[in-house]
Design a protein around this ligand. Structure first.
Ligand code: ATP
Ligand code: MG
Length: 370
């Protein structure tokens, strides 16, 4: 079992500290009941850091994040900070973390617990028990490539243009993450591009297919065009395990997959960086997909499940504690099946509970499971 794993906790603003506090109760539970020792350190980020030190992320906190085995992040931002200059905005704290830790791989799972399947926009049997992972390349592609711009045309009017480019190393490093993930899941990888119309897609397909031949032993592998993938996600999402794709297609497909689950307060995410060749360690930051939700902050009604599931991902992907991650997910599944709901996922005939009571129940369920 893992021991003395360095965990940096950055609660941030709004409901961030509320859901992180609940997650730390599960961290404590792990320490007591599973005898794993975490070295937990807390820091400030976003508006909270700005209030304390005039910057959304201090150099010290950044250094702690780089040094940690994993970062558990809450959320940043809020109306109080709307008028700050661009460089001081809470969101800059998160963007700086992503950039300095070179977090090039964005993991967005779409999971549907059986008892939540009616929240989906799809029919219940299409999504009940769904568990897929969209892996999005986050630091390359059309979001960052030059040249780009808007130019004047000689005859009047303008022309806007962008560049999409991916290099072999960029494709290989995200491909390796996909293979690693699939090995901790159901051993299937779908690589998505548009090799029928884009040269970057042609290279992507070639490099991924070769990588699979060289390093993908034991993994089922397929190539798929992005438009077909969008269609298949809505037609039959359970056919997928890990979908790996570029920055732009990943943006679109992960939002599409998120809506299969139908609930923002339930969606975790992770961002992973390059592996250190000597230690084999990877920078990693785990956070809920939702924001700081200023409209409900301080009322004790936020859904803690997205943050708890982010912690489960942290256990699985950074600390190699897949069994413990399964436990957390199973406990959440059971509590939802028993009919408890926070306000955001409330359904007729269910019992509405606060943030704290939801976590109490998950902890009780964890006790039962071990
Ligand atoms: P961002 O900070 O990324 O801009 P946003 O403003 O788009 O985020 P959120 O802050 O996530 O969105 O909030 C969107 C809506 O979802 C709000 O009404 C918020 O109350 C609700 N919401 C978000 N997360 C949760 C949660 N964990 N529990 C309950 N409700 C939530
Ligand atoms: Mg917001």
């Amino acid at each position: 079992m893992a021991s003395n794993k360095k965990l940096l906790v950055l609660p941030g603003d709004g409901i961030g500290p509320e859901v992180v506090r609940e997650t730390l109760r599960v961290v404590d539970w792990m320490a007591k009941k599973r005898s794993v020792s975490f070295d937990v350190q807390e820091g400030l980020v976003g508006g909270a850091a700005y209030d304390a030190s005039g910057t959304p992320l201090t150099d010290e906190t950044l250094a702690d994040a780089v040094d940690a085995d994993a970062v558990l992040f809450g959320a940043v931002g809020g109306p109080k900070y709307d008028d700050l200059p661009f460089e001081k905005k809470p969101e800059r704290g998160l963007l700086r973390l992503r950039k300095e830790m070179d977090l090039f791989a964005n993991l967005r799972p779409a999971m549907v617990f059986a008892s939540m399947a009616d929240n989906s926009s799809l029919k219940r049997d299409l999504v009940a028990g769904l568990d897929i992972m969209i892996l999005r390349e986050l630091t390359g592609g059309v979001y960052f490539c030059e040249p780009r711009g808007i130019e004047d045309l000689p005859g009047g009017g303008k022309r806007g243009f962008d560049t999409q480019a991916y290099s072999t190393p960029e494709i290989e490093r995200i491909g390796r993450v996909a293979f690693d993930l699939a090995r901790k899941r159901r051993n299937k990888v779908t690589s998505v591009e548009k090799a029928n119309v884009m040269m970057s897609g042609v290279l992507w397909r070639q490099v991924m297919t070769d990588l699979h031949k060289r390093e993908g032993e034991g993994l089922e592998y397929e190539n798929m065009y992005a438009d077909n993938c969008a269609m298949q996600l809505v037609r039959n999402p359970k056919q997928f395990d890990v979908i790996v794709t570029d920055n732009l297609f990943g943006d679109i497909l992960s939002d599409c997959a998120a809506m299969l689950t139908g609930s923002l307060g339930m969606l975790p995410s992770a961002s992973l960086g390059a592996e250190d060749p000597t230690t084999g360690r990877r920078h990693a930051l785990y956070e809920p997909v939702h924001g700081s939700a200023p409209d409900i902050a301080g009322r004790g009604i936020a859904n803690p499940i997205a943050e708890l599931l982010s912690f489960a991902m942290l256990l699985r992907y950074s600390f190699d504690m897949g069994e413990d991650a399964d436990l957390v997910e199973k406990a959440i599944d059971n509590v939802l099946s028993s009919g408890l709901r926070t306000a955001d996922i409330m359904q007729e005939g269910k019992a509405k509970v606060s943030t704290g009571v939801m976590t109490d129940s998950i902890l009780k369920e964890l006790d039962k499971l071990v």
